[in-house]
Design a protein around this ligand. Structure first.
Ligand SMILES: CC(C)(COP(=O)(O)OP(=O)(O)OC[C@H]1O[C@@H](n2cnc3c(N)ncnc32)[C@H](O)[C@@H]1OP(=O)(O)O)[C@@H](O)C(=O)NCCC(=O)NCCS
Length: 212
């Protein structure tokens, strides 16, 4: 059921030195016993468990009125899947250790709910998942996260995403996400190069009032 990422042609691993120079990372080849696969209904409980384990990092970081336990209820997770979030999982030796969702909406793709089990964080798993999901789309990719989640913002910036200005992120959160006003206020949006390029073309193109 899993889809293996082949070693041939896989992007080369970058060293710490080159990472800091170019401020972005490429995924290294998957470990021998690892696989990235699309999750199905039978993974629901594991996805729920991984999200709520990894989300503990938010406690004391995000605004207290946004934190709850569990961080994401089963009902919320069901809702997200019904709304079109498709989860992919990183499985090692038959055990799911990280999940990341992808949602194609209107003209963009959103990366949603990226979580790696706490004890497996910082081992390249999130990078592998992000690399894999980005290859699933040709649309611009947007990511929303908490404004206070500095480590996760750093993670996405290292992968080439850039923070959008407040006015734009508010507009995008209203357009592409279904989240309450308070979450819009306390969130940021990061965009990939494709989005930034399209925005540049749009801005230097005809003014809105001159368009047909
Ligand atoms: C963000 C996350 C998915 C990244 O996965 P990962 O497997 O830990 O990441 P990798 O090992 O590929 O990359 C390491 C980078 O992740 C980031 N990171 C590590 N632990 C993190 C944590 N607890 N929370 C957020 N980011 C973290 C760091 O920026 C690190 O970069 P550095 O090496 O320059 O310090 C994972 O750490 C996680 O589940 N964090 C908690 C939940 C979260 O913040 N999710 C993002 C919401 S959209």
């Amino acid at each position: 059921m899993g889809e293996h990422l082949g070693k041939p042609g896989a992007p080369r691993r970058e060293t710490r030195k080159s990472k800091s120079r170019c401020q972005s990372v490429l995924a290294s080849p998957l470990r021998e016993n690892a696989v990235i696969r699309r999750c199905d209904n039978s993974d629901f409980e594991l996805i729920y468990e991984i999200i709520n384990d990894a989300a503990r990092t938010y406690e004391g970081t995000i605004p207290p009125d946004r934190w709850k336990e569990p961080y994401m209820s089963r009902e919320e997770l069901h809702h997200e899947i019904e709304e079109g979030v498709v989860f992919f999982g990183y499985e090692e030796a038959g055990e799911l250790v990280g999940v990341m969702g992808i949602q194609h909406i209107q003209d963009v793709t959103l990366i949603r709910h990226a979580y790696v089990r706490t004890i497996r964080q910082n081992q390249g798993i999130g990078s592998q998942l992000l690399f894999y999901l980005r290859a699933q789309t040709t649309r611009p990719v947007l990511i929303g996260t908490w404004a206070d989640a500095a480590r996760s913002i750093h993670f996405y910036e290292r992968h080439g995403f850039r923070l959008l200005p407040q006015e734009e992120k508010d507009r995008l959160l209203r357009k592409y996400w279904s989240i309450p006003a308070r979450q819009i206020e306390t969130s940021i949006v990061l965009a990939d190069q494709k989005w930034l390029n399209a925005r540049k073309v749009h801005r230097t193109g005809p003014r809105d009032d001159q368009e047909a």
